[in-house]
Write a protein of this length. Structure first.
Length: 301
């Protein structure tokens, strides 16, 4: 059984690469204008690709979206509303903290894979503090001490290492995704499952799956405000969710890359990114401190 699971996991992990191989560059044409025109033709080859969206499976995705919408309308949203209205916030918050604390080791592992050792160490420290002083993660003691939570996942790790996001996908019940994030989600799911302490114990199944179910409900509660926003926009819900998801993931991946430069500082001439006004530069053509020396004349001869 585990061998079969491994085979499927590896297959899904390779799926984004198949999407990348299916995309070919246009041949170079002579002349700058022809080259740009050829490039434009290549981008327009896919529907909405010129807007940064690759959705070749839109027909399938819309059907899954309709299924998810019905499941949300009749099951998930009513449960989330009942949970929000009947469970006091003082109880919901510790339960949410407990679930978040279980994810810290996986955040740490992905940060280390991304080469972000400081963030990985932060996640491990948070897990150690909240699991002990915070009573198994019910209380975010680390956050109160200034160690705020930072989240990442295997999809962002794959993107950090250059894996293409692949086509947009809508997963049953899970919602918006893409090929890269879906493969990362699959690997991460089985990693959490087989490395969870409850997997090797005799804890009954309902209790074993209580944490992910609670996490799903808690996430849906956080998204209740989005329902009104979607209604106010009046746009196609499918397009709204697709563009919102892709933009969020790309921004998060970009923020992860720029975080590596946050502490960059050149002590010689730059102070917090500002040029030292006392420094002056001059070149041989008559420029001084950025201004043209009026004594110099332009002579084309």
């Amino acid at each position: 059984m585990r061998r079969s699971v491994l085979h499927w996991t590896l297959l899904l992990a390779l799926f984004p690469l198949l999407g990348a191989c299916a995309t070919t560059d246009n041949p170079n044409d002579d002349g700058a204008e022809d080259e740009w025109a050829a490039e434009d033709d290549g981008w327009n080859e896919y529907d909405d690709w010129d807007q940064g969206t690759w959705d070749p499976l839109e027909g399938y995705n819309r059907r899954v979206h309709a299924f998810n919408d019905a499941a949300d309308r009749y099951v998930l949203r009513p449960v989330a509303v009942a949970y929000r209205d009947n469970v006091p916030r003082g109880v919901r918050r510790p339960l949410g903290n407990f679930v978040d604390n279980l994810r810290e080791p996986f955040h740490a592992g992905n940060y280390f894979l991304q080469g972000r050792g400081s963030d990985g160490t932060r996640s491990i420290t948070r897990f150690a503090i909240n699991s002990t002083i915070g009573v198994l993660g019910l209380f975010d003691v680390a956050g109160a001490a200034g160690l705020e939570s930072k989240r990442t996942d295997l999809g962002l790790t794959l993107g950090h290492w250059g894996a293409p996001e692949g086509p947009y996908l809508v997963l049953p019940l899970l919602g918006p995704s893409n090929a890269r994030d879906s493969s990362g989600l699959t690997v991460q799911y089985f990693s959490r499952h087989y490395h969870s302490p409850t997997h090797w114990t005799d804890i009954p199944s309902p209790e074993r799956y209580a944490a992910p179910i609670l996490a799903g409900i808690d996430t849906r509660v956080d998204l209740l405000a989005l329902d009104e926003l979607m209604a106010e926009t009046g746009t196609d819900p499918y397009i709204f969710m697709r563009e919102s998801y892709l933009q969020n993931r790309r921004e998060r991946l970009g923020e992860d890359d720029w975080d590596e430069w946050d502490d960059w500082d050149d002590d010689e001439e730059w102070d917090n990114g500002d040029w030292d006004e006392d420094d002056e530069w001059e070149n041989d053509n008559g420029w001084e401190n950025g201004d043209w020396d009026e004594g110099e004349e332009d002579d084309d001869n």
